[in-house]
Design a protein around this ligand. Structure first.
Ligand SMILES: [Zn+2]
Length: 475
C-alpha cells in the first residue's frame, strides 16, 4: 500500500465491536486502515502506542466556552486548550454568552470568530428561545438547541434574559419549532415557580450560604428538577421532538426517563462529572462551598446515577465545563445566590472516569460510549466522529490506564486558573490527543495551534450542502 501520513502502532484499540490490538493507518486526517500489528511499515510518521489504549476522541456536547462576553473567565483558545489536554477533540459550546446566541446572525458571527481560534473541532448549541429563528439556526449547521428553564434570581448570570423560558406554552411552541428541524432540543430542567417559593423560605430565615443553596436545590428530593422533567417528557410525547435532558441527578428524574425510554419516547440524557465526582459529598459542600456548587447530589443519589450509567438510562457525559474566576466564587461564601454556579471540568473528567474504570465501577467500553460514540450518534456527527473505523476522522486519544497523577491547579489550561479537583489522585491519564490526525496534546502538554479546529455540522448537513454545491458547480 502507498505510504500513509501516520501509523499508530502497538495500541489496544477501541472499535464498536470491542478492543483489538491493531495498528492504525492515518492519511490526510482520516483513518484509512486498521491493520494486524506489524503489517504496515511504511508511514511518514510513527506514533508508538505500546501499552496504551486508543480511544475515539471525546465529544463534549456541553462546554461553556464563555466567548463572547465573558472572556475574563475563558475564551475559545483556553477552553479548547483545556479540551485538548483532556482528550476532547470536539467541543460544543453553550449559548449563555453575551450577546446570547439566540439568533442566526449571532450564531454566524460566533462561528466566524471561533474558527480562527479553536484548537480542536467545535460546534455551538444556540438558544432555541425564539421560534422564528429556529429553522435559520439549523441552516447554519448547529447540532442541537439549548433552552434553560431557569430565570436567575439574585443575579443575571449565568442565566441571562434571552436564553431562559419557564412558560409552558412558550416551551410547547419551541418543542414544535425544533421538531420541524429534526434536531434534538437540550433542556436544563428547572421548575422556576417552585424554586421561587423554596428559596424565599431560606431567605426569610436569613440563610444564604452554600449549605442553604445546596439544600434549596434538593428540597423534597430535588422536586424542582423532577416536576420540570415530568413536564418535558410530556411535551416530548405531545410533539415527538427529540428531547435531550441536561444535568440528570435525581433518582425521580432517572426513573421517569427510564420509563419514557421503555415506552419508546425519543429522549436522551446526560450526566455531568460534578454530579458523581464533586457535588456528591456534604463534606465537600461544607469545605469547598462555592467552588463545588452547582448542585449538591445527596448520599444515594450519585449511586443511582452510576446505575443509570450502567443500565443505559444515561446516554452520555456532558462536562458542563463552567469556569468562573476565584473572585466570582468567593462571593458565594456569604451569598451563594450571588455567585455563579459551575466549575472547570473538561480537562480532568476523562482521568476521573478512568480512575473508576480502574476501580471496576464501569467498563472502559461503556465509558467510550458515554463520552464519544453515543454523543456522536445522538448529535448527528457519526460516523465521521465518535468511532474508530475506516473513513472516520482520526480523532483519537491515547490513554495510559496505569499512569497515576495528582490533578493540580498548576497544570490546568483553563483561563480561570483553578480546578475543583486540585489535589485529587487519579489513575488513568490521557497521554496524547489527535484531531484529524494531528497531535494537539502530548504527555500533558498542549501543542495544538489556535485556528486548527474546524466547525463540524451534522453529517447529513454536510452531504446535503456539498450535494447542493456540486449541483451549483455543474456545467
Ligand atoms: Zn451548563
Amino acid at each position: 500500500m502507498a505510504q500513509v501520513d501516520l501509523l499508530i502502532r502497538g495500541g489496544h484499540v477501541w472499535t464498536p465491536g470491542g478492543f483489538v490490538d491493531l495498528d492504525l493507518a492515518v492519511h490526510q486526517g482520516r483513518i484509512v486502515g486498521l491493520h494486524e500489528p506489524g503489517q504496515v511499515r511504511d508511514a511518514s510518521e510513527i506514533l508508538n502506542a505500546d501499552g496504551q489504549h486508543v480511544l475515539p476522541g471525546l465529544m463534549d456536547t456541553h462546554t461553556h466556552q464563555r466567548e463572547p462576553g465573558f472572556t475574563h473567565k475563558e475564551d475559545f483558545i483556553t477552553a479548547t486548550r483545556a479540551a485538548a489536554a483532556g482528550g476532547v477533540t470536539l467541543s460544543v459550546g453553550m449559548p449563555n454568552v453575551n450577546p446570547p446566541t439566540n439568533t442566526a446572525e449571532r450564531l454566524q458571527e460566533l462561528i466566524a470568530v471561533a474558527k480562527k481560534k479553536v484548537l480542536v473541532d467545535f460546534n455551538h448549541n444556540p438558544a432555541g428561545t425564539i421560534p422564528s429563528e429556529i429553522p435559520k439556526l439549523a441552516k447554519l449547521g448547529c447540532l442541537a438547541y439549548k433552552v434553560f428553564m431557569v430565570r436567575d434570581t439574585g443575579r443575571d448570570y449565568p442565566h441571562m434574559p434571552g436564553i431562559g423560558i419557564d412558560h409552558h406554552g412558550q416551551l410547547l411552541d419551541i418543542f414544535e419549532a425544533v421538531g420541524e428541524t429534526g434536531l434534538p432540543l437540550m433542556v436544563h430542567p428547572h421548575d422556576q415557580q417552585l424554586m421561587d417559593t423554596i428559596e424565599q423560605r431560606y431567605w426569610k430565615r436569613g440563610e444564604y450560604d452554600p449549605r442553604a443553596y445546596a439544600r434549596a436545590y434538593r428540597d423534597y428530593e430535588g422536586i424542582i428538577w423532577d416536576t420540570a422533567i415530568g413536564l418535558l417528557l410530556r411535551l416530548q410525547k405531545a410533539t415527538g421532538t427529540r428531547l435531550h435532558i441536561l444535568h440528570m441527578s435525581t433518582p425521580g428524574g432517572l426513573e421517569m426517563v427510564r420509563r419514557a425510554k421503555d415506552a419508546g419516547q425519543q429522549v436522551t440524557c446526560e450526566v455531568n462529572p460534578w454530579a458523581v465526582f464533586l457535588g456528591n459529598s456534604w463534606e465537600r459542600v461544607e469545605k469547598m462551598g462555592p467552588y463545588i456548587l452547582g448542585f449538591w447530589v445527596p448520599d444515594g443519589h450519585a449511586e443511582e446515577l452510576w446505575k443509570g450509567i450502567l443500565d443505559g438510562t444515561i446516554d452520555l457525559v456532558g462536562t458542563d465545563h463552567a469556569p468562573h474566576t476565584r473572585e466570582e466564587k468567593e462571593v458565594g461564601w456569604e451569598n451563594m445566590w450571588k455567585s455563579p454556579g459551575g466549575e472547570p471540568q473538561i480537562q480532568d473528567y476523562l482521568s476521573l472516569f478512568l480512575t473508576e474504570v480502574n476501580a471496576g465501577r464501569i467498563p472502559l467500553d461503556t465509558l467510550v460510549r458515554l463520552t464519544s460514540y453515543n454523543p456522536a450518534r445522538i448529535f448527528g456527527v457519526y460516523p465521521r466522529k465518535g468511532t474508530i473505523q475506516v473513513g472516520s476522522d482520526a480523532d483519537l486519544v491515547l490513554v495510559d490506564l496505569k499512569q497515576e497523577k495528582v490533578i493540580s491547579n498548576q497544570e490546568t489550561y483553563t483561563k480561570c486558573g483553578w480546578t475543583p479537583y486540585d489535589g485529587r489522585r487519579v489513575k488513568g491519564v490521557p497521554t496524547c490527543t489527535l484531531v484529524r490526525g494531528k497531535i494537539v496534546m502530548k504527555e500533558g502538554k498542549v501543542v495544538g495551534e489556535p485556528g486548527y479546529g474546524q466547525f463540524i455540522p451534522p453529517v447529513a448537513f454536510s452531504s446535503e450542502s456539498s450535494a447542493r454545491s456540486a449541483t451549483r458547480n455543474a456545467p
